[in-house]
Design a protein around this ligand. Structure first.
Ligand code: GDP
Length: 419
């Protein structure tokens, strides 16, 4: 039997729309919770005379994690017949936006939860926009709390139309829009008898319908150098292959320095002797056929398909900094394993994510999205995000704090390949 790798999902949506409740339900209905967990929580609630909430399941797991009782920390796992899932970044987590923006939490698919009574709210839009900005293409929408609107098909259609219109404007088509009542389990794993008018999938079926995410093996080679180790006379260039593949004998180009050399050997950490080829997703080391000076931060590619190189680039970014971003300010930019000093050349557009209108301001406030031009002191090697999400995104750092994350789009600028 081949093992199926876990799909990483993120659950987003406005506060109180039912994200934790949905997660609690998903864990319960797929048998992922420790035996007796729900019963003991119900007892505690009874004793205290308070109603049981599925969100307590999440809180309880979090508390255990904080005390170091469960071993696997940041991740919540459950399994369907199709495959395992990891829910990354528990809802309500205060670092959620930062993790998303920095790629610390890189999800393969997302579920957007919307309250049927309240409909689409500010955070529904903001999270939807963020997913789109970060290139997440698989999104299912759950219209939750259908019990609170008497399981009304008309209300479901209204909310569906509202969110579909917003998502269409940013170029996202949800895979499914599911009416559900997470608290009661309607259409989570069991088809709801309360909504006979709905013929689509349950939440679990929608998750199982997401495409598995493959490593970026078919894209051009991008191998950012993490470290260079010296062993005796040998130098081992170590890193993770972010996309493409390489083999012994390939001539590598290191950008932006422009140095080239052939791969003499591929070294793994655990296996000897090592393979003659390596692919995206693998962390490896290579040795070269000649001594060239290579440093951390360089991106290795093949000669015929190098990354772009420029001092000036345009980016769409999500701003997290407490102090607003504005023209003239300088930040440290981290792209792949490289660090560059960049200055904001121009704030071209600030976007109000709630209605997608341009805002007339030169300052980018916390949680806003903007298009900016950045200029670096030295040449930067990168790709456009649409061509390669791994080398097309970056974060900005100010005084050791991550203050923003962005994706590069060079439209309207001359694009120079590194050589
Ligand atoms: P979160 O902030 O998005 O994680 O929201 P929670 O999961 O904490 O839920 C917020 C409130 O909505 C809680 O009181 C839940 O019991 C309630 N809620 C969640 N799902 C449903 C549902 O399907 N129907 C109803 N009526 N209430 C729900």
């Amino acid at each position: 039997m081949t093992s199926v790798s876990a799909l990483k999902i993120v659950i987003v949506g406005h506060v109180d729309h039912g994200k934790s409740t949905l997660v609690g339900r998903l864990l319960h209905e797929t048998g992922a919770l420790p035996e007796g967990k729900v019963e003991s929580l119900r007892e505690v609630c009874d004793k205290r005379g308070m109603p049981f909430e599925w969100a307590f399941v999440m809180d309880a797991l979090q508390a255990e994690r904080d005390q170091g009782i469960t071993i696997d920390t940041a991740q919540i796992l459950f399994k369907t017949e199709r495959r395992p899932y990891v829910i990354i970044d528990a809802p309500g987590h205060k670092e959620f936006l930062k993790n998303m923006v920095t790629g610390a939490a890189s999800a393969d698919a997302a579920v957007l939860v919307i309250d049927a009574i309240e409909g689409v709210q500010e955070q529904s839009r903001r999270h939807g926009y963020l997913l789109h900005l970060l290139g997440l293409r698989q999104l299912a929408v759950v219209v939750n709390k259908m019990d609170a609107v008497d399981f009304s098909e008309g209300r479901f259609q209204e909310v569906s139309a509202e969110i579909s219109a917003y998502l269409a404007e940013i170029g996202v088509t949800p895979t499914e829009i599911i009416p559900a009542a997470a608290r009661h389990g309607d259409n989570v794993s069991h088809r709801s008898a309360n909504m006979p008018w709905y013929e689509g999938p349950t939440v679990i079926e929608a998750l199982d319908g997401f495409a598995p995410v493959t490593e970026a093996t078919s894209l051009p080679l991008r191998f950012p150098v993490q470290d260079v180790f010296k062993f005796d006379h040998r130098r081992i260039i170590a890193g993770r292959i972010e996309s493409g593949n390489l083999k012994v004998g390939d001539r590598l180009l290191f950008s932006p320095s422009g140095k080239t050399a052939r791969i003499a050997s591929i070294e793994g950490w655990h296996v000897q002797p090592v393979a003659v080829t390596a692919v995206a997703g693998q962390s490896i080391g290579v040795t070269l056929d000649e001594q060239v000076f290579i440093e951390r931060g360089q991106i290795a590619s093949l000669l015929d398909n190098p990354p772009l190189g420029s001092y000036l680039f345009r980016a769409r970014l999500f701003w997290l900094g407490r102090a607003p971003l504005s023209a003239g300010r300088r930040y440290k930019m981290k792209l792949g394993t490289a660090e560059y000093s960049v200055v904001v050349e121009k704030v071209e557009r600030v976007i109000d994510v709630t209605d997608l209108a341009s805002v007339d301001t030169d300052f980018v406030e916390k949680n806003a999205v903007a298009e900016v031009m950045l200029r670096s002191r030295g040449p930067v090697a990168f790709d456009e995000f649409v061509d390669n999400p791994k080398t097309g995104r970056f974060v900005l750092v100010d005084n050791f704090d991550i203050v923003g994350g962005g994706v590069i789009s060079m439209k309207g600028l001359p694009d120079h390949r590194c050589k």
